[in-house]
Write a protein that binds this ligand. Structure first.
Ligand SMILES: O=C(O)CCC(=O)C(=O)O
Length: 247
């Protein structure tokens, strides 16, 4: 099965050793510097609950040079090739996130579909996952427990136990184990591509630090979520390949 068919069937793709160490060095140093600044600025929310920051390309914590380096990383040919295999039509860059461990070591993880936080009704969500795609490209800098996911649920709705668990119904809580869950452990240099629509949860531990690039279908619904400040300017685009990924 080629990667397009495999992704379409299971909703995720795992590429071990996708990046050589030296290919991560520059963005790792930019993101670590960003992360330290971000923690200082968001100390309260970080200590209470947060497990990720976002919108790094528009952050005042990074310089113009660093922002360009991030865009160059995002648009490099080998990643563009994977993106092309997953989005049959045009893909649009949505945003970036940086995932880390919760400050509270006993904070529980949670099964979810990202779409459950959009305000759509369950009926709308069920319809929407059949056609619309939001995809995470996870790039871990350290060996981590990774993501646990339920293959195929990017297009299919939950079993009753799964819906009860992620929606906290009928005595279930979102961190309860789910029988169909499959853990994908990750190492530095790996790439995990997974659908945000699928049932999944992040697994904490090992002081994880993972950079997520998020792409979506070019659909008016998603365009409305895009902050153009996270996209390169016309001048920046002249220094990039594959600018079709941007607005
Ligand atoms: O890694 C995590 O903690 C959660 C990841 C996740 O849910 C997501 O990227 O949508």
């Amino acid at each position: 099965m080629n990667t397009t068919a495999l992704f379409s069937t299971q909703g995720y793709l795992y590429f071990p050793h996708f990046y050589a160490d030296h290919e991560l060095a520059e963005i790792e140093s930019i993101l670590l510097h960003f992360h330290n600044q971000w923690i200082k600025e968001h100390q309260d929310e970080y200590e209470k609950r947060l497990i990720n920051s976002h919108s790094i390309t528009s952050s005042s914590f990074i310089s113009e040079r660093e922002r360009l380096a991030l865009f160059q990383f995002i648009t490099q040919a080998k990643l563009r090739e994977v993106i092309g295999g997953i989005f049959p039509e045009k893909a649009l860059f949505l945003n970036t996130q940086l995932f880390f461990d919760p400050y509270n070591p006993v904070q529980k993880n949670y099964w979810h579909r990202d779409i459950q936080y959009t305000g759509m009704s369950l009926a709308e969500q069920k319809e929407s996952i059949k056609t619309q795609q939001v995809i995470h490209f996870r790039i871990p800098f350290r060996a981590e427990e990774g993501i646990e996911l339920i293959a195929g649920t990017h297009r299919e709705w939950d079993l009753q136990e799964e819906e009860d668990t992620r929606l906290c119904l009928n005595g279930k809580t979102p961190s309860d184990p789910l029988a169909r869950g499959k853990q994908i452990k990750l190492n530095r240099g790996d790439l995990l591509v997974f659908s945000a629509n699928m049932i999944h949860r992040g697994l904490y531990g090992n002081n994880r630090l993972a950079f997520d690039l998020i792409f979506c279908d070019d659909h008016p619904h998603f365009r409305s979520f895009i902050d153009s400040n996270n996209h390169p300017s016309s001048a920046e685009k002249q220094q990039l390949n594959h600018t079709d990924l941007f607005l």
